[in-house]
Design a protein around this ligand. Structure first.
Ligand code: ATR
Length: 274
């Protein structure tokens, strides 16, 4: 029987996950269907219950339900526990639900495997301290980086992330004022500033010579943050399309026990984005 999977979010019409998972399934010969579900803003839990009651095997969860999903599962991975949010639900053979968060692994894999970034001994700046930043905290800290600085417009939230992450690696939290005179080898944008056409208020000289920038969002055009990176002379200015495909590949692996080749899928999406 064909196994059923889906992505649930609101809005959901523009989600690329069905396309990505269909490509993975074709490539690996897995017999699955993968749908889009528009989740109810008032009763998300009922949608999840219905999907699994009707035989669904796994769900991806996206905005704005990742935090709500956290309370719906019977067990969670450690990455999910640190994130306080889930993007992957797995129905176990005994019917229990397990929750995971593959966003951080997706980010790290895109940087390391697809682009050849080496984390070891690097000074990394994570900009933002909302759900997107918290979601990648644990895998990022486990890369062997020299030091992670989390900066946020509301400093209390970056201090809170530093407290949460301290068990996994060297980390500090601060407001933008604290960046004066500091240099970073990689600056990751996890804010939603770009959605409003804004940029986080980073000082001009905070990217070290040869440094990279990474925007966790992507779009049809160069994102404002990637544009900023280019102006700062970044050696590489990357958007989050690769992360999107890599987090999906990790979900696919958790569900099917098979690792798809992400390169052709990233290339296919990249041509669609142009
Ligand atoms: P998400 O789930 O996308 O992380 P979120 O939890 O609402 O969304 O968090 C948005 C993040 O973007 C926050 O870190 C927010 O900073 P505050 O905590 O101070 O609100 C950050 N952000 C949004 N717009 C910003 C801007 N114009 N400049 C700097 N940071 C911004």
């Amino acid at each position: 029987m064909t196994d059923r999977y889906a992505v649930i979010g609101n809005p959901i019409a523009h989600s690329k996950s069905p396309l990505i998972h269909a490509a993975f399934a074709r490539q690996t010969g897995q017999d699955i269907v993968y749908d889009r579900i528009l989740g109810s803003l008032t009763d998300f839990a009922a949608d999840v219950r219905r999907f699994f009651a009707e035989g669904g095997r796994g769900l991806n969860v996206t905005v704005p339900f990742k935090e709500q999903a956290y309370s719906l599962v019977d067990e969670r991975s450690e990455a999910a526990a640190v994130a306080g949010a889930l993007n992957t639900l797995i129905r176990l053979p005994d019917g229990q639900l397990r929750g995971d968060n593959t966003d951080g692994i997706g980010l790290v894999r895109d940087l390391c495997q697809n682009h050849g970034f080496t984390f070891r001994d690097q000074r990394i700046l994570l900009v933002g301290a909302g759900g997107a930043a918290r979601g990648v905290l644990k895998p990022l800290l486990e890369t062997g980086l020299a030091h992670l600085t989390v900066v946020n417009r509301t400093p209390s939230k970056s201090l809170e992330l530093a407290r949460l992450g301290a068990a996994y690696g060297p980390i500090e939290g601060m407001g933008f004022d604290g960046l004066a005179g500091r240099r970073f080898d990689l600056i990751i944008n996890a804010t939603s500033a770009g959605l409003a056409g804004e940029l986080p208020p980073l000082p001009e000289d905070c990217l070290a010579p040869g440094g990279w920038v990474y925007d966790m969002v992507y779009g049809d055009q160069v994102t404002p943050f990637c544009r900023w990176g280019r102006l700062q002379g970044a050696e590489r200015s990357l958007d989050g399309l690769g992360m999107l495909v890599e987090q999906a590949a990790e979900s696919f692996w958790l569900w099917r026990g098979v690792r798809p080749d992400t390169a052709p899928v990233i290339a296919e999406l990249r041509t669609q984005c142009k």
